[in-house]
Design a protein around this ligand. Structure first.
Ligand SMILES: Nc1ncnc2c1ncn2[C@@H]1O[C@H](COP(=O)(O)OP(=O)(O)OP(=O)(O)O)[C@@H](O)[C@H]1O
Ligand SMILES: [Mg+2]
Length: 336
């Protein structure tokens, strides 16, 4: 299992040739509780390059939504960003305040929140909701131009023009989700963060919404972070996959590489647990428990569940290192 760091493999297409739209360095977000700080995001670093989709996966409670909220500076008390940098087009969002933060947040970043389709205003037509979003940030627009822009946004997300005059309750779940995507792209952001954009939709509609996101990326060249649990959808949608475990980033690599050869033992379990109809086998459940996020053990955070745990893992926290070209992993099995 041990692979030397000098291992030579064919160089995959490098995302590094592109500009990093987002660069996160050593981000820490803690929730203060009476019994101590919950280290929801602990020393997380990663980049999102121009025009790529990064998928963020990991079990429930590992810190995906907290990471997204930190990027938007929307972490609510008792949560707090306690360290790190969030560079969007070179500007550190972690230290911005007031109007400067508001400008960046809405003009360069867009969020499709967890359960977005339920956040549409039920008594407002879709056209008004999208139009208000545009006018709030760009000021008053001429009626005809605004209408044309909204209709063009609806076309971009594959919705018919009749949706313009409809209310949310007249739309199916998938249509509502696509209306939320239209709102997210309305202000031409550099980065869209979509938190579980397809959960609570049936599989066919999930694929349609996935295709819509892919299409938006192709047409607008926008970068995205898509948070999700569905590994099948991730395989279809994302360029790189980032795997979190207990507040840490444990692996990040081009998606095809992760599926062919996952390196971190947690990612291996995650991929082995994808059910297959061709080869039915009992679902592989990870044994052991996740440690208390208020009190991480010394050494590796996956030690309680790892089938390969050895002495070093109990003492030394493995850093996230590039052990193959474009393939980063935080595991002692891969460095000498
Ligand atoms: N207000 C809070 N107070 C204390 N702990 C919190 C609070 N909000 C979140 N947490 C903790 O922070 C951790 C990360 O939560 P987060 O919502 O980011 O997880 P997630 O990966 O998005 O999970 P899911 O897949 O279920 O959406 C969890 O362990 C959670 O219990
Ligand atoms: Mg979440």
């Amino acid at each position: 299992m041990t692979v030397s760091m000098t291992h030579v493999v064919e160089e995959p297409k490098s995302p590094k040739d592109r500009k990093a739209v987002l660069e996160i360095n050593n981000l820490k977000v803690y929730y203060a509780t009476p019994t101590g700080n919950v280290r929801a995001v602990d020393n997380v670093s990663f980049k999102v390059y121009q025009g790529e989709i990064v998928g963020l996966v990991g079990e429930s409670g590992c810190g995906k939504t907290t990471t997204a909220m930190a990027i938007l500076r929307l972490v609510q008390p008792p949560g707090r960003i306690v360290g790190g940098e969030i560079l969007l087009d070179g500007i550190n969002l972690a230290t911005l305040h007031g109007q400067g933060l508001r400008d960046v947040r809405w003009n360069r970043l867009a969020l499709i929140p967890q359960g977005a389709m339920n956040s549409l205003n039920p008594v407002m037509r879709i056209s008004k909701q999208i139009g208000d979003a545009i006018e709030t940030h760009e000021g008053r627009q001429s009626g005809r131009q605004l209408k044309e822009r909204i209709l063009s946004l609806l076309t971009t997300v594959g919705l018919p023009s009749r949706v313009y005059n409809m209310y949310p309750h007249e739309l199916s779940g998938g249509m509502k989700q696509r209306a939320c995507i239209a709102m997210a792209i309305a202000l031409n952001p550099s980065l869209i963060i979509a938190d579980e954009p397809t959960s609570a939709l049936d599989v066919v509609v999930q694929r349609v919404v996935g295709e819509t996101l892919l299409d938006v990326k192709e047409r607008l060249g926008v970068s995205m972070i898509i948070i999700g649990h569905d590994m099948g959808l991730m395989a279809q949608l994302v360029d790189r996959l980032a795997v979190m475990y207990a507040g840490r980033m444990v692996e990040i690599s081009p998606v095809e590489t992760v599926f062919e050869e996952p390196l971190h033992p947690y990612t291996q379990l995650l991929i082995e647990s994808i059910p297959s109809i061709k080869e039915r086998k009992p679902l592989k459940l990870t044994e052991g428990i996740t440690h208390d996020l208020r009190n991480p053990p010394p050494g590796c955070i996956f030690q309680l569940r790892c089938p390969h745990v050895h002495e070093k893992c109990l003492a030394v926290d493995p850093p996230l290192l590039e052990v193959r070209p474009n393939h980063h992993v935080a595991c002692h099995l891969y460095y000498e």
